[in-house]
Ligand binder design. Structure first.
Ligand SMILES: Nc1ncnc2c1ncn2[C@@H]1O[C@H](COP(=O)(O)OP(=O)(O)OP(=O)(O)O)[C@@H](O)[C@H]1O
Ligand SMILES: CC(C)(CO)[C@@H](O)C(=O)NCCC(=O)O
Ligand SMILES: [K+]
Length: 256
């Protein structure tokens, strides 16, 4: 059995996955991915092809080590052929995780307009059209960045774990801690809904990234008196959207 290896080097973590065609077989996360991690993985899983995507450093050693075991190694750059079209004025500066997530949305929901929300170190909101165009989007601070910067850039605000207990946000906070939790959590939820409304009611919403689960808990899709910002269209959480998108880009570039 020969597998494909996917590496998503994010701002905070690297996510590594083994795929058998379209199926995830195994996944890992590394705060500091090294070539010896790659060597360990490729000793257990024979690799046919690999794709490397980084929003951070260039990762030359990782690519060199991939080339020792995989027959074909792709690097996601603005030069790699893509299964989606990128309508960005500066394609070379477009975040590769944004391209990958958009490709994932196009692969999972073909013919569907999708708002892709990636809630990680930063939060990005990107529109993928019915005919698989990356139409553009927004970059905003991530959950932790918001609460941490309120602490570091003021004199009186404490460090707050804003993601704790999202089911229990007061509507009007009466303590400093709750006010920060509210501002951070409801702020992101409201941004998601605002972008979804701008995209139109025919748009499906996918939320991915390390904070996707937390944020999805305060988005209300049903109730008449919502406990959190209300999203009229459906949404789905898929923590593996970037990984699946990278796999779709790899498969798109593989020889038949
Ligand atoms: N230095 C930090 N201290 C505490 N929490 C952090 C720190 N860095 C990141 N986080 C947590 O992780 C979240 C985002 O990182 P995460 O790795 O989940 O993002 P990602 O989407 O998986 O990848 P990326 O690194 O590309 O953004 C933050 O919002 C926060 O919850
Ligand atoms: C916005 C982030 C940091 C999100 O991870 C990443 O996609 C990035 O570094 N983007 C480059 C700038 C751009 O996308 O236009
Ligand atoms: K991200």
């Amino acid at each position: 059995m020969a597998y494909n290896l996917i590496i998503d080097q994010g701002n905070s973590r690297a996510k590594v996955a083994i795929f058998d065609k379209w199926q995830i077989v195994k996944q890992w996360q590394f705060y500091q991915l090294t070539t010896s991690d790659i060597d360990t993985i490729t000793r257990s899983y024979p690799i046919e092809a690999a794709i490397y995507c980084s929003v951070a450093t260039y990762g030359e050693e990782i690519i060199v080590s991939l080339r020792k075991t995989a027959k074909r190694v792709y690097e996601l750059t603005s030069m790699l052929p893509l299964p989606i079209t990128v309508d960005y004025a500066t394609p070379a500066t477009l975040g590769r995780d944004r391209i990958a997530a958009a490709a994932g949305a196009a692969a999972l929901f073909p013919g569907q307009k999708v708002l892709v929300v990636d809630a990680g170190t930063a939060v990005t909101y990107d529109l993928v059209t019915q005919n698989a165009h990356f139409a553009g989007g927004s970059i905003a601070p991530g959950l932790w960045m918001r609460s941490h910067s309120l602490h570091t850039m003021t004199k009186r605000l404490p460090e707050v774990d804003a993601e704790n207990n999202p089911e229990n946000l007061p509507l009007w906070a009466t303590s400093t801690t709750d006010a920060i939790r509210n501002g951070v959590m409801r702020g992101i939820a409201a941004e998601i809904i605002y972008h979804a409304e701008m995209a139109g009611s025919d748009t499906f919403v996918i939320i991915t990234g390390g904070d996707a689960d937390t944020i999805s808990k305060i988005i209300d899709t049903t109730s008449e008196s919502p406990s959190g910002p209300r999203l009229k269209t459906g949404f789905e959480v898929d923590p593996d959207l970037v990984t699946k998108g990278l796999n779709s880009i790899l498969l798109y570039n593989e020889p038949d």
